[in-house]
Write a protein that binds this ligand. Structure first.
Ligand code: UTP
Length: 301
């Protein structure tokens, strides 16, 4: 067996149109929508760093300048905050700034699909395994999801996907994997199917937007074959790759929120606010009051 090569780089694709969030995303990237007090893309970068990733490649596009600015220095803001004695904010901004030279940006000229966005990172990734984090999926739990994928990868090598269980009647919404033998930190993947029809899902484990992929995926993506929605789909190339390479799945012990959907975005805001020591108590009281008021309105109607 080949030695297991370390995962050093991660791709974070941010070039999509975010059509499900129009009009909010007409002029602002959906990856800059705020969950509590930070943009969704910040959660992905923090998760990658926690997992030991050394270099992040953002695949960006038109109207996404705000993302670049968010990860850049802001000297005027920092001196203004320092002059006002706001040292806590200065420390927070400084801590979230990636070190010089550890972030690259490349451009997807048109949003032709997630598979195409990943392919755009091929030169910056080169011939080595890499992590992929979809920033609109926020993984919330005691530990970041990517750290768990790395644990499994360091044991098994090959390709690794993050998964979570959904109610069996909801498998039609997701990419679903088949569950094989258990391994440390996960299980062997026996098959993958994108949005299976009712009764045809091999399990209720859905792909939660976290991947470790071998560079051979780029050769398959280079074929630029269109799939569902006439987009170049990542899952199609992963299916091809799984014919020659092993895939394992790491079930995430936390919860993933799909912030690309309105419901998931609102749930993420509530769940993450409730978990915050500074505002959790107040938010809990507000939510409880809202729910009770809403319930009594429904009963009175
Ligand atoms: P999504 O499919 O959730 O994003 O892609 P979208 O296409 O922007 O959303 P809707 O369906 O129109 O509302 C998941 C991630 O992949 C990126 C998106 O920016 C998002 O972070 N993506 C998607 C690209 O970078 N390029 C693409 O062509 C498609």
């Amino acid at each position: 067996m080949d030695p297991i090569r370390r995962v050093r780089k991660a791709v974070i694709p941010v070039a999509g149109n975010g059509t499900r969030f129009l009009p909010a995303t007409k002029a602002m990237p959906k990856e800059m929508l705020t969950v509590v007090d930070r943009p969704v893309v910040q959660y992905a970068l923090d998760e990658a760093r926690e997992a030991g990733i050394e270099h992040i490649v953002f695949v960006t596009g038109r109207n996404k300048q705000a993302i670049q600015d968010h990860f850049d220095d802001a000297p005027e803001l920092i001196s203004s905050l320092s002059r006002s004695g706001k040292t806590a904010q200065v420390s927070e901004l400084e801590a979230m700034l990636p070190a010089a030279g550890t972030v690259s940006f490349t451009r997807q000229q048109a949003p032709l699909g997630l598979g195409h966005a990943v392919w755009c990172a091929r030169d910056l990734i080169g011939n080595e395994p890499f992590a992929l984090l979809l920033p609109d999926m926020i993984c919330h739990g005691p530990r970041g999801c990517m750290a768990g994928l790395i644990d499994l990868y360091n044991f098994a090598g090959g390709n690794v996907v993050g998964v979570e269980q959904c109610p069996p009647e909801e498998t039609y919404k997701y990419g679903i994997v088949g569950k094989g033998d258990a391994v440390p930190h996960g299980f062997e993947v026996t098959g993958m199917v994108e949005k299976p029809r009712a009764g045809e899902a091999p399990s209720n484990y859905f792909l939660n937007g976290r991947y470790i992929l071998q560079p051979e995926i780029f050769d398959l993506l280079a074929r630029q074959e269109r799939g569902a929605g006439n987009e170049i789909q990542l899952t199609d190339s992963m299916l091809h790759l799984s014919k020659n390479q092993r895939f394992h799945a790491h079930p995430y012990e936390g919860q993933t929120f799909d912030c690309g959907s309105k419901q998931g975005f609102i749930e993420a805001n509530v769940a993450l606010a409730l978990s915050r020591p500074d505002i959790g108590g107040m938010v809990f009281e507000s939510v409880r009051h809202m729910v009770l008021t809403h319930e009594s309105r429904i009963q009175a109607a």
